[in-house]
Design a binder for this molecule. Structure first.
Ligand code: SF4
Length: 250
């Protein structure tokens, strides 16, 4: 999945940029998801007095509000970024706001000062209100998403890469932030992420993926394949899934 964060102060044009991206990439045949980060104190979907709110007050987590037109799964807290990402399985995910993970960022701004203040090593372009005035800033393009959506989305497609695993394992000689910045500068590619190249053995404990380096993946893969292929009727060369559910075995 490719992930892009769209950052900017209120009124800078973030939502217009997000909706342009969503619409244009949908028309190009991609599956697109989005997140709107909300920082308003006291904001909540669920309200005191609603039955679903009473379920939550009684201790249920999560609570589903299961309507005829919509379904909302409500957690009574702000999820961590990695917890949130588990719910998405699209070609593209756009986050309006800061995801607090090393993903490419578009900065929307009203002024050069705002743009320069928000820019960091993950910023690959500027947009928003500022794009009515200039088309380049500090070596990065400033593109008007509304006037030229094709050019805007072409550039996003060119620059954005498959999301890194965010393990910060250091096997590539840097952390994921450093790798993401190096890819955006054109010095590295996702193929330089060691974890992504040898990612054929995955372990999840209680739904959370455990980082495995290539050496450990090789050992576990060999042992499991040896045991499974010795069983009668097992076809080789297919995906193998193992679940251990009984706590007595753990
Ligand atoms: S190898 Fe991949 S997962 Fe590990 S730190 Fe480098 S970029 Fe991140």
């Amino acid at each position: 999945m490719k992930i892009v964060s769209i950052r900017g102060y209120k009124g800078s044009g973030k939502t217009s940029v997000a909706t342009t991206l969503i619409r244009e990439l949908k028309s190009r045949g991609y599956k697109v998801s989005s997140v709107k980060s909300i920082h308003m104190e006291g904001w909540r979907i669920d309200q005191p007095g609603k039955n679903s709110y009473a379920h939550r007050e009684a201790g249920a987590e999560p609570v589903a509000a299961w309507g005829l037109e919509e379904t909302a799964i409500i957690f009574p807290r702000r999820l961590k970024p990695m917890e949130l990402l588990k719910f998405f399985n699209a070609d593209w995910l756009f986050v309006e706001g800061d995801l607090h993970l090393p993903v490419p960022q578009i900065v929307c701004a009203k002024s050069v000062e705002d743009a320069q203040e928000l820019r960091n090593g993950l910023t690959f372009m500027f947009s928003g209100i500022l794009s009515n005035e200039i088309d380049e800033l500090d070596g990065l393009p400033v593109i008007n998403a509304l006037e030229d959506p094709q050019k805007f989305v072409d550039f996003v497609e060119e620059k954005v890469f498959q999301a890194l695993p965010f393990f910060d394992c250091g096997d590539c000689g840097m952390d994921c932030q450093g790798m993401a910045e190096a890819i955006l500068r054109g010095e590295k590619t996702v193929k330089d992420c060691v974890m992504m190249q040898k990612d054929n053995v995955q372990i999840f404990v209680a739904g959370k993926r455990v980082p495995l380096n290539p050496f450990v993946q090789n050992i576990i893969g060999s042992v499991v394949k040896g045991a499974v292929y010795s069983l009668k009727g097992v076809e080789k060369g297919k995906e193998i899934r193992i679940k251990i559910l009984d706590p007595d075995l753990l």
